[in-house]
Design a protein around this ligand. Structure first.
Ligand code: AMP
Length: 452
C-alpha cells in the first residue's frame, strides 16, 4: 500500500500530517500528489470527501516552502477558488493545519464578512489565498491585491462554480493570473462545459479520476419512500428521526423557504435542529455548522449550495426531503454520509411530482433505489422532461414492485437548480437581476432564490 513517504513530499510535511491522522493517502492523493510535484496541470475528477484538498494542498505547500521567500505586499502566490463560503472556510481550515509551524500565510476572501478586514489581511502579501470569485473581484477592484505573482491556481468544485454562473468571473480572474503557472481543476462531474473550461485554463493536463461521475458512495444504503405529498414527508421524517435518536442527520430541501419552515416545525416538535441556507448570515451558518459538528444539534436542515462540500464527520443519515432538480446534486448530498469508511443511510422522499427527478437520479447513478414504503407512482412510467428514454416502470410487469428499476443511461439535463445562495454572486447576474416585484418564480416552489 502506498504511504505518504513515497509520494515525494518533504519529511517534515509527512510527519506533520501523520500527527493529524493522515497515514495512508487516499486514491486521489496517491495519484495527484506526485504529478503536482512534477509541475503538471491536473484535471481531477473527484467528489468531495475523497481527500482532494490534501491532494492539491500538500504538494503546493511543499513547493511554496521549497521556493521560499515572503510574498510581496498585496501579492498572492497561490489562488484557490471555490464556489461557497463554507467550502472556502473548510479548505482554508485544512490548509492551515497542514501549514502549521511554517511561515506560510493562508488568507480567505468570502462575502458576508468585513471587506475592510480582508483588505487589511491581504496588504501584507499571501502565500495561499482561498476565495469565492465574487468577493475576490470586489477586492481586485479596490486594488487590495494583485494576482501577477500567482504561481499555482486551483479551481475547486468547478462544476458547481459553473452551475452558479461564475463562468465570467472565472475567465476574468484567469486573465489576471500569469500564463506561466500551474493549474489544478477539480470537479465532481465532467459536463461539456467543464471540458471546455479545462481546455481553456489548463496546459496538457493529466487527468486524475478516482470515482466515475455519478457513482454514488459505495457504502451508502439508499432507500426511497413514495409519498403522496408534503404531509407524508413530514410524518415519515419525524418517525425516522425519533427512531434514530443517536443519529446525526442532514435533511436536504430545494428551497430556502422550505428549509426554514421545516426547521421550525422540527424545532417545535422538540428536535435539536438548525438550518443552513442562503437567507442565513455567515455568522448564523457558521454557528449552525459548529453546533452540528459538536453534537449540540443532530438535525441540520439544508439547501444544496449551502451544504456543498461541507465535511462533518459522523453523519449517519441524509434525507432527500425534496429530490434535487439536478441529479448530480443527489450524489453530492448523499456523499455527506458514509465518510471515512463509516456506513450511512440516504433516505429519499418522492411525491408524484418528483417522479421524473427520481428517474434522472437512477439514470445517473445506474442503481436501483430500494423502496422503503409506498408504491412507485404511476408517473414513473412517463419519460423524463422531454426525454423519451428511460421508460419502464417498476412493477409494470404485474409482479409486486419492491425496487425502483434503474433506467436507461443518458445524462441528466443540467438545469442549474440551486438555492442560489452563494458568496460573491456573479456580477453579470447581479447586474441583470430585476426588481423583486417583476421577478418570475424560477421553480415549482416559486422561490426566486436570491443571492445571500
Ligand atoms: P476532502 O475531500 O479534502 O474534503 O477530505 C475529506 C475528509 O477526509 C477531511 O476531513 C480530511 O481531513 C480527511 N482526509 C483526507 N485525506 C485523508 C487521509 N489520507 N487520511 C485521513 N483522513 C483524510
Amino acid at each position: 500500500m502506498t504511504d505518504f513517504n513515497t509520494l515525494g513530499l518533504s519529511e517534515q510535511l509527512v510527519a506533520r500530517i501523520a500527527s493529524e491522522g493522515y497515514e495512508t493517502p487516499t486514491p486521489i492523493q496517491a495519484k495527484a500528489i506526485p504529478l503536482v510535484l512534477e509541475g503538471r496541470d491536473i484535471m481531477g475528477l473527484a467528489q468531495t470527501g475523497t481527500g482532494k484538498t490534501a491532494a492539491f494542498g500538500l504538494p503546493i505547500i511543499d513547493m511554496l516552502l521549497a521556493n521560499g521567500g515572503k510574498p510581496a505586499p498585496k501579492a498572492v502566490k497561490t489562488l484557490i477558488l471555490a464556489p461557497t463560503r463554507e467550502l472556502v472556510n473548510q479548505i482554508a481550515e485544512n490548509l492551515r493545519i497542514f501549514a502549521r509551524k511554517t511561515p506560510l500565510k493562508v488568507n480567505i476572501v468570502v462575502g458576508g464578512a468585513s471587506i475592510n478586514r480582508q483588505q487589511h489581511q491581504l496588504s501584507g502579501g499571501t502565500d495561499i489565498l482561498v476565495a469565492t470569485p465574487g468577493r475576490l473581484l470586489d477586492l481586485l477592484d479596490r486594488k487590495a491585491l494583485n494576482l501577477s505573482a500567482v504561481r499555482y491556481l486551483v479551481l475547486d468544485e468547478a462544476d458547481q462554480m459553473l452551475d452558479l454562473g461564475f463562468i465570467h468571473d472565472l475567465k476574468k480572474i484567469a486573465s489576471m493570473v500569469p500564463d506561466e503557472r500551474q493549474t489544478m481543476l477539480f470537479s465532481a462531474t465532467m459536463p461539456k462545459t467543464i471540458a471546455e473550461l479545462s481546455k481553456r485554463f489548463l496546459t496538457n493536463p493529466e487527468r486524475v479520476e478516482v470515482s466515475p461521475p455519478g457513482k454514488t458512495a459505495d457504502k451508502v444504503e439508499q432507500a426511497v419512500h413514495f409519498v403522496s405529498g408534503k404531509n407524508d414527508k413530514v410524518e415519515i421524517l419525524r418517525q425516522e428521526l425519533t427512531n434514530n435518536p443517536e443519529g446525526r442527520a442532514i435533511v436536504f430541501l430545494r428551497t430556502k423557504h422550505g428549509a426554514e419552515k421545516l426547521m421550525k416545525h422540527l424545532e417545535s416538535r422538540g428536535f435539536a435542529t438548525a438550518s443552513i441556507h442562503g437567507n442565513k448570515s455567515q455568522g448564523q451558518r457558521e454557528r449552525a455548522l459548529k453546533a452540528f459538528k459538536t453534537g449540540e444539534i443532530n438535525v441540520l436542515v439544508a439547501t444544496d449550495v449551502a451544504a456543498r462540500g461541507i465535511d462533518v464527520p459522523g453523519v449517519t443519515h441524509v434525507y432527500n426531503y425534496d429530490l434535487p432538480e439536478v441529479a448530480d446534486a443527489y450524489v453530492h448530498r448523499i456523499g455527506r454520509t458514509a465518510r471515512a469508511g463509516k456506513e450511512g443511510k440516504a433516505i429519499a422522499f418522492c411525491t408524484p411530482e418528483e417522479t421524473a427527478l427520481l428517474r434522472d437520479i437512477q439514470k445517473l447513478t445506474g442503481i436501483e433505489i430500494t423502496i422503503a414504503s409506498g408504491e412507485p407512482h404511476a408517473t414513473m412510467e412517463r419519460p423524463a422532461r422531454g426525454n423519451s428514454r428511460g421508460r419502464g416502470r417498476p412493477g409494470a410487469s404485474g409482479k409486486p414492485a419492491r425496487r425502483a428499476r434503474p433506467s436507461a443511461n443518458g445524462a441528466p439535463r443540467d438545469n442549474g437548480q440551486r438555492d442560489g445562495q452563494r458568496d460573491g454572486q456573479p456580477r453579470d447576474a447581479a447586474n441583470r437581476s430585476r426588481p423583486a416585484k417583476n421577478r418570475r418564480p424560477r421553480n415549482r416552489q416559486g422561490d426566486r432564490r436570491q443571492s445571500a
